[in-house]
Design a binder for this molecule. Structure first.
Ligand code: 5CA
Length: 438
């Protein structure tokens, strides 16, 4: 892609209500545009990043045996009346009437709908366990939408639902998701801490929030920093290994202010290991047993001929929030550097352009074509402006690697730079293999 052709409406001015760096950066680099309070259009750059995050989330869900499906955004109020949450959900639920006067709603979450799908198709213990998920827009009429994509009204979420025969089996599904979440956030270049959490309107008595550290987070957190030393390579997908993993995590103190106990924290965690900071919730998992399957009659036949309510959990990841959260975790000293796994482009080619010399731009085009052949997704900055402005702009766009065609690149040595590091002179072959090995 040539930068001059890319729809990326960068702006210097940021509206005053953009208070945190991710919101400011997303507006300045044209990733999103607000259409009304807490509702955004995703422009090409922002959309591309969100889709890459979505794909990593999907791959990790598939690896633990979750099956992807797609449920609608608009739901009927009937099933919510059956579960009792139609009234409980209150004003956060956007309620709509269709032309027949039927009460509909824009789904804030899908426990009811997925239970309805389950109860009408699965009847026997033989078909269990099942984990179903979708990645779909949600709407919650938040009283104070703020911080850009971090707390909006319309947001993109991965929500998975597990169905098991009994508590023991259900915990195995819970552990699988727990593991999948840590792996997912690692692949996104984020260090997420799982924390025992309150269950709120979803319900149940077992729940973990996954929180990444950031000064701008909404949750106050307290943790033992040795939690970051737990190495996922020590576990595999077997039930016993995942049980051990959950246990190893639970031995490390980690709590949000809702569950924080100062005495316990001081007793369990040495001063030098204490983390006291703010964090952003990027995922939340729940085990609630038969809270929905009982009122909705999600029954299954057991091996000895009884009928029992299926045991369920639900598991959410804020896919659109993760775009903002990744910025909060990685934008420092006015330089944004996207993790390679979700960067909008693999590399940007920045030629110095002048009216009486088109040698650099020709060289840039040649390199661009060459990279393209190797499936390396490059952005070519063909915009006619001086190099210092270009560098400032690319510090914000945040593509982690740059090929710079200016005075330093002579003959077949090319200036190659990784953001936040010094540049080096390399052959094109070396650059290609660096980019391919990333
Ligand atoms: N049904 C459960 C699990 S599927 C559920 O809805 N959980 S949740 O309410 O915690 O939401 C899951 C994730 O969605 C959160 O961890 C957060 O990352 C994201 N999220 C929730 N509300 C918003 C919001 N208003 N704006 C952006 N992301 C949000």
């Amino acid at each position: 892609m040539y930068l001059s052709k890319l729809f990326i409406p960068t702006t210097k001015d940021v509206p005053a209500e953009a208070k945190i760096k991710s919101h400011q950066l997303m507006l300045r680099t044209g990733m999103i545009k607000q259409s009304s309070a807490g509702i955004y259009s995703w422009l090409p750059m922002g959309f591309k990043i969100m889709k890459k995050i979505e794909q990593i989330v999907r791959e990790e869900q598939n690896l633990v045996g979750a099956q992807e499906m797609l449920m609608p955004t608009i739901q009927s109020s009937e099933i919510w009346k059956e579960s009792g949450r139609y009234e409980d959900y209150g004003e956060e639920m956007l309620r709509i009437k269709d032309r027949q006067g039927r009460e509909m709603l824009y789904g804030p979450t899908n426990e009811e709908l997925v239970t309805d799908i389950f109860r009408s198709s699965i009847k026997s213990y033989k078909s269990l366990p099942q984990i179903l998920y979708h990645i779909q827009w949600k709407f919650r009429d938040e009283i104070r939408p703020r911080f850009g994509v971090m707390r909006c009204r319309e947001f993109y979420m991965k929500d998975a639902y597990s169905f098991d025969l009994n508590d023991d089996e259900a915990k195995k599904s819970y552990n699988k998701m727990f593991y999948s979440y840590i792996r997912t956030f690692n692949r996104l270049g984020l260090k997420a801490i799982p924390m025992a959490a309150e269950t709120g309107p979803i319900g149940g008595d077992l729940s973990h929030e996954f929180i990444i550290l950031a000064d701008t987070g909404e949750s106050q957190i307290y943790a033992d920093k040795r939690i970051f030393e737990i190495n996922l390579d020590n576990y595999d997908y077997s039930d016993n290994s995942l049980k051990k993993m959950r246990n190893d995590f639970s031995l490390m103190y980690a709590a949000t202010d809702e569950k924080f106990n100062s005495n316990e924290f001081e007793k369990k965690v040495k001063k030098e290991n204490q983390i006291k900071t703010k964090g952003i919730e990027v995922g939340h998992i729940f085990y609630f047993g038969d809270k929905y399957s009982k009122p909705l009659n999600g029954l299954i036949d057991t091996q000895d001929g009884k009928k029992v309510a299926v045991k369920m959990g639900s598991y959410g990841i804020g896919v659109s929030r993760l775009v903002g959260a990744t910025i909060e975790a990685n934008f420092n000293n006015n330089v944004m550097k996207w993790p390679k796994s979700i960067s909008p482009f693999d590399v940007v080619i920045i030629p110095s352009i002048s009216k009486n010399n088109n040698e650099n731009i020709q060289k840039a085009e040649k390199i661009y074509k060459d990279l393209k052949k190797q499936n390396i997704d490059a952005l070519l900055d063909d915009v006619d402006e001086n190099m210092s402005n270009k560098f400032k702009k690319h510090d914000l766009i945040g593509i982690p690697y740059q090929i710079i065609l200016g005075s330093k690149s002579v003959n077949d040595k090319i200036e190659f730079k990784e953001l936040n590091y010094k540049s080096e002179l390399l052959s094109l072959e070396d650059i290609k293999s660096k980019l391919k090995n990333k």
